[in-house]
Design a protein around this ligand. Structure first.
Ligand SMILES: [Cu+2]
Length: 507
């Protein structure tokens, strides 16, 4: 059970001071009498809600949103043991959460994909899986250089023809402005990092960035899923756990250089998220948080309020409205000590945090979260190893999907009746709705999450003009702020309620 005292000290964020102490005690009496429904109705429009816990056919340590809105996941077998060698799953959110919504398939590649990297390729939409686990003399957690591809059209996972040059376990993958996929870090075996980046181009193959080898940026000091983003200046920005920051130019054989910006100490299991072009919210150790701004000539960091406590293994997910949802985690890495069940939402307009709903399960090591095209967030997994074996998920419904009143009822959503499936940078495209009234149009990169990282995740507010049910939407000007690939296009009505997204391929 969660400590019920967690709520006692919280004040109503939107009406501070309006509720008199007497009313509060009356409320407390009602709540202690077990009227949970009344409590949920009171704050659902501010906190959102978690669904009931639903079963998952494996521990979804790796989750990736496919071009058709389904979710591929993998990481364990059906009993929750460490291994990606036998099965993977494709979940169709439009079919609900019962067993029939899952297509659990055999992995016939021979690769143990446990703790690999995964990303949707910008051109074909196939999922690229880089590296994974190898068992040597009965000991797990050695590495492979295997490359596998998942074709979402045929639901098939198969080996790519060319492996990577380096063995990698815990590698980062991200899409660059040039449309390549960059692989950074990971380790070759328990004593050897993989400090040479590699770049992959569909139809071309792999290229090693032999002039950009760095133990500080993505080697011995920062090998575990290094945090990296395509930056507005055309380079790739890297924020290390020890505090150093770097720009990598992936052209040719690559070039790596340190920036003068030093951050406070981070951790491989504290999340960071680019919530706006060139702006990154990064959770650091000791309940610190910073906004790293890489929009200018030199990167800079501004301290902002922490999330409330250290939340090791939390996930940070940018929502359809650009706020950041943080769920899961605990005070001590992968230990049920100071478990954070209550999620938090960070508002970039105020740099402040508010309490979101409270989850039923602890989400620690090997949990992951992912924004769905319907604007909800899949929160899932955890375990192998750890205090829980979470063959399950909870789906979070954010406040923007509720009526802004006390009734805890879902709002009527606007519906996109037509939108292009592809678009070019800087173009203005027509989108039509079923009703007039637009307050916001946003673009969110389809996510690919694991181990507190969501590779490629980014959010952009789009310019638009609206006339009745017709909206003209202008896409981002450059691949530097919006790398090629699939994005969720959300249109918000005048009440601030988002549509279900249409997936648009940029580039
Ligand atoms: Cu792992």
């Amino acid at each position: 059970m969660h400590p019920s005292t967690e709520r006692a000290g919280e004040r109503h964020p939107r009406h501070p001071g309006r509720v008199k102490p007497l009313a509060l005690s009356a409320l407390a009496l009602v709540l202690s009498a077990g009227s949970l429904g009344a409590q949920a109705a009171l704050d659902t429009y501010l906190r959102g809600s978690f669904s009931a816990v639903v079963n998952w056919p494996l521990i979804p340590m790796h989750v990736v949103l496919l071009p058709d809105g389904r979710v591929m996941s993998y990481g364990s077998d059906g009993q929750g043991n460490q291994t990606g060698q036998f099965t993977y799953d494709v979940w169709d959110p439009s079919k609900g959460t019962a067993a029939a919504s899952h297509l659990t398939l055999p992995n016939t590649t021979g690769t143990d994909t446990f703790c690999s990297g995964q990303i949707v390729l910008p051109a074909s939409g196939a999922v690229l899986l880089t590296g994974g686990d190898k068992t040597v003399n009965g000991v797990r957690n050695y590495s492979v250089n295997d490359v596998n591809l998942f074709d979402w059209r045929t639901n098939s996972l198969y080996s790519a023809q060319q492996p990577m040059a380096f063995l990698r376990w815990y590698p980062t993958v991200l899409t660059t402005a040039a449309g390549e996929v960059l692989v950074l870090g990971g380790r070759a075996d328990p004593n050897t990092p993989a400090p040479t980046p590699e770049a992959y181009t569909e139809g071309v193959g792999w290229r090693s960035l032999t002039s950009a080898i760095s133990d500080d940026a993505y080697g011995i000091r920062n090998w575990s899923y290094p945090r990296a983003w395509q930056a507005p200046n055309g380079k790739v920005f890297i924020a290390t756990i020890w505090g150093g920051t770097y720009y990598l130019d992936p052209a040719g054989t690559g070039k790596i250089e340190a920036t003068p910006l030093a951050l406070s100490e981070g951790d491989v299991y504290l999340p960071s998220v680019m919530y706006s072009p060139g702006k990154i919210l990064a959770l650091r150790k000791f309940n610190k948080a910073v906004v790293v701004d890489i929009t200018g000539a030199a990167p800079k960091a501004t301290r902002v309020a922490g999330v409330g406590q250290d939340r090791y293994h939390a996930s940070a997910t940018v929502l359809a409205d650009g706020k950041v949802f943080v769920d899961g985690g605990s005070m001590v890495s992968n230990v049920a000590n100071g478990v954070a069940y209550t999620a938090k939402i960070w508002n970039p307009a105020t740099n402040g945090w508010s309490n979101a709903a409270t989850a039923a399960k602890m989400r620690l090591y090997h949990s992951a979260s992912l924004l769905l095209p319907d604007g909800r967030v899949l929160t899932a997994g955890g375990g192998a190893p750890g205090p829980v074996t979470n063959l399950n998920a909870e789906i979070y419904t954010p406040p923007y999907l509720y009526k802004q009143d006390w009734t805890a009822t879902l709002a009527t959503r606007p519906v996109i009746t037509s939108a292009p499936t592809t678009a070019a940078w800087g173009s203005t495209v027509p989108v039509t709705l079923n009703a007039s009234g637009v307050s916001k149009v946003t673009l969110v990169k389809t996510g690919s999450a694991t181990h507190t990282v969501d590779f490629d995740q980014r959010f952009l507010n789009l310019a638009y003009t609206a006339s009745g049910t017709k909206v003209n939407v202008t896409l981002p000007a450059s691949a530097r702020v919006a790398p090629p690939g699939n994005y969720m296009l959300f249109v918000f009505n005048s009440a601030g309620v988002p549509s279900v997204a249409r997936i648009v391929k940029l580039g």
